[in-house]
Design a protein around this ligand. Structure first.
Ligand code: NAP
Length: 289
């Protein structure tokens, strides 16, 4: 395998991942819909491509980090999509948070093109991507995963092989489902504390030091209190993940009312203009209610 890697999608996560690959000595080509984000990577040593196909051409590994199923479909299989030009036995790594239905369909497309496919959604956020300490949740063939390990090692500090393609999407959606529910209920609790005129630091210390004190509650809770909405994870992406989780539950015959209620909270915040802000911003709708 050559040392050529393409990164498709240079948002909050993809740009950090591309930088780590460059720092590890890979020859990196990048593509992003909005060119200005690619230019920042060009300054760091990447080749800027005009299309996904151009970025993927000649690469032994292609990594995608994109908003949702529809975007993933276009970037891999649309006009100028990456799959059609990839070398035989090259490895496609899809790291976006997507549905298991779509990653299974994408696997079949990849196989039809002679490309090896790995799903590899991540836990960790903006800072972990920038520092190369993401955790990859991986589904796919063990040989392909081993072949891609140097690239995974450049971008992350842990890799968990969960089974065949579809397994990782399922676990990733459950992970974000639990995070989204915590953030939504935390926003309601903070709004209630404020409405009752409590000493916020003191009241929040009970949540931050007690049984609810997950990394999610502590991290997002602090940002809600500080009104710090610089993006780590954008509001519409959490709405998307909760929608995908609700669908997965419904497809499995499991009641999904909690996932749907949490999704609604994020969807309403997005509709109210919070779409470019961090998920902590969902508390603002409740402060105004
Ligand atoms: P982001 O900053 O919003 O980046 C989204 C990427 O998708 C950008 O490259 C964006 O291009 C591209 N995109 C959106 N719509 C497009 C379209 N119609 N056509 C082509 N490209 C399009 O989001 P992110 O935080 O990096 O997240 C990327 C993925 O990782 C998502 O699936 C998310 O759920 C997942 N994830 C995020 C986090 C996190 O904490 N941020 C953690 C784990 C997983 P433009 O730059 O042109 O808009």
């Amino acid at each position: 395998m050559n040392r050529k890697v393409a990164v498709l999608g240079l948002g909050i996560m993809g740009s950090g991942m591309a930088r780590r690959l460059i720092a590890a000595g890979f020859e990196v080509a990048v593509w992003n819909r909005s060119r200005e984000k690619a230019e920042a990577l060009g300054a760091a040593g990447a080749r800027i491509a005009e299309t996904p196909a151009n970025a993927a051409s000649g690469a032994s590994i292609v990594v995608a980090m994109l908003a949702n199923d529809d975007v993933s479909r276009t970037v891999w299989t649309g006009d100028d999509g990456a799959l059609a030009v990839m070398d035989r036995d090259a490895i496609a790594i899809e790291s976006s948070t997507l549905t298991s239905d779509w990653v299974l369909e994408l696997t079949r497309d990849a196989v039809a093109h002679g490309v090896r496919f790995i799903e590899a959604p991540v836990t960790g956020s903006r800072d972990q991507a920038a520092q190369g300490i993401l955790r990859f949740l991986v589904g796919g063939d063990a040989d392909a995963i081993d072949a891609a390990r140097p690239a995974f090692d450049a971008m992350g500090s842990a890799l968990v092989h969960l089974g065949p393609v579809g397994s990782a999407a399922t676990v990733k959606l459950a992970n974000n489902y639990l995070c989204g529910v915590q953030a939504a209920s935390l926003a309601e609790a903070i709004a209630l504390f404020e409405r009752r005129g409590l000493d916020m630091e003191q009241a929040m210390s009970i949540l931050f030091d007690g049984a609810p004190a997950s990394p999610m509650v502590k991290g997002v809770g602090r940002r809600m209190l500080d009104r710090d909405y610089a993006p780590h994870f954008l509001v519409p992406l959490m709405a998307k993940d909760l929608g995908y989780a609700a669908q997965a539950l419904a497809d499995a015959g499991i009641p999904s009312a909690i996932a749907q209620a949490a999704r609604q909270r994020f969807a309403e915040a997005d509709a109210a203009g919070e779409g470019e802000r961090d998920i902590a911003a969902i508390v603002e709708q409740l402060r105004k209610a």
